[in-house]
Design a protein around this ligand. Structure first.
Ligand code: FBP
Length: 341
């Protein structure tokens, strides 16, 4: 990093400027999306500062409540959820919110209502919160189907209908990765300016990777194709080198690495969790949207992940996402398994 050049770099591409440029390509646009995004960015900045000072501010540890998944909530979970719900409602651009932390969908009161539905995981990677490992916020944005009274149908849409998706990773630096349907761009928070600056323009995932990422602790319960694929990663029979295993246990961090370095991230189904662990609306869909926009792909073990049509807001699905060629390999193993059945 050439700090000298940086210090004199005055033509700053902030995320706000970037989104306004994108918006100017749509003359019909009223600017609602930019306003919505600016409130999501505000939430990310708040959570970033809270995560950074968590240890000092006694934000570490349990909040003493449990969420809809039956998980004990951490103080940071509750705080992050609060901030995003309030920021999204105050944007005046949303009608329904679905959060990993709330059992029911939140229907915004008519006086503050807009046309967008936002699905989000305010703080993903909860098992890593207290040990300072990278965690993140994941979000996806839909437009309500039409101008009737908003219902759950407006969020239980296939992932294909998603207009935009992104995540914000709270790690050694705070990085927001966003797609509005025309490519993927990464922005890093410059704490001295309090601005997200474009640092990773037009992210393209390598076609094939050298890394596989999965919780091997579940291996004994895996289905045939997953077990065969991981075996191939470790003991390739085609003379190629074995892949390296990297698993942080925070989806945002594992997907961010996969997007930049290539390879495959998996949370397959197993005998304990027949539908896998990760939630369709606010984990699987946003990450699959980004992966496809970056030239990769995302598969459930049965179909293209974005073709899924969820029936419940906290529905789970197995997921295999990453470099195009790597996901092709696991698709071939599931297809072979299906042929045998
Ligand atoms: P939370 O949303 O409850 O944090 O769960 C999601 C998650 O932490 C993902 O970030 C991660 O990929 C996965 O669970 C790790 O699960 P496991 O500990 O079973 O490997």
């Amino acid at each position: 990093m050439d700090h000298e050049a940086d210090a004199h770099r005055t033509d700053l591409m902030t995320i706000t400027r970037f989104v306004l440029n994108e918006q100017s390509k749509h003359p019909e646009s009223r600017g609602d999306f930019s306003i919505l995004l600016s409130h999501i960015v505000l939430g990310c900045k708040f959570v970033c500062s809270a995560v950074n000072k968590a240890g000092l501010a006694k934000l570490i540890g349990l909040a003493g409540e449990t969420n809809v998944q039956g998980e004990e909530q951490k103080k940071l979970d509750v705080l992050s959820n609060d901030v995003f719900v309030k920021a999204l409602i105050s944007s005046g651009r949303t009608c329904i919110l679905v959060s990993e932390e709330d059992e029911e969908a939140i229907f915004v009161e008519p006086s503050k209502r807009g046309r967008y539905c936002v699905v989000f995981d305010p703080l993903d990677g909860s098992s890593n919160i207290d040990c300072g490992v990278s965690i993140g916020t994941i979000f996806g944005i839909y437009m309500m189907k039409d101008s009737h009274e908003p219902t759950l149908d407006d969020v239980l849409q296939p992932g294909n209908n998603m207009l935009a998706a992104g995540y914000c990773m709270y790690g050694s630096s705070c990085t927001l990765v966003l797609s509005t349907g025309s490519g993927v761009n990464g922005f890093t928070l410059d704490p001295s300016l309090g601005e997200f600056i474009l640092t990773h323009p037009d992210i393209k995932i390598p076609k094939k990777g050298k890394i596989y990422s999965v919780n091997e602790g579940n291996a004994k319960n895996w289905d045939g194709p997953t077990a065969k694929y991981v075996e191939k990663c470790k003991f390739p029979k085609d003379g190629s080198s074995p892949k390296s295993l990297r698993y942080i246990g925070s989806m945002v961090a594992d997907v961010h690495r996969t997007l930049l370095y290539g390879g495959i991230f998996m949370y397959p189904r197993d005998k304990k969790s027949p539908n896998g662990k990760l939630r369709v609306l606010y984990e699987v869909f946003p990450m699959s949207f980004l992966m496809e926009q970056a030239g990769g792909q995302s598969f459930t073990g049965k179909q293209r992940a974005l073709d899924l049509v969820p029936k419940k807001i906290h529905e789970r699905s197995p997921i295999f996402l990453g470099s195009y060629d790597d996901v092709e390999e696991i698709k071939a193993l599931y297809a072979a398994e299906e042929k045998k059945e």
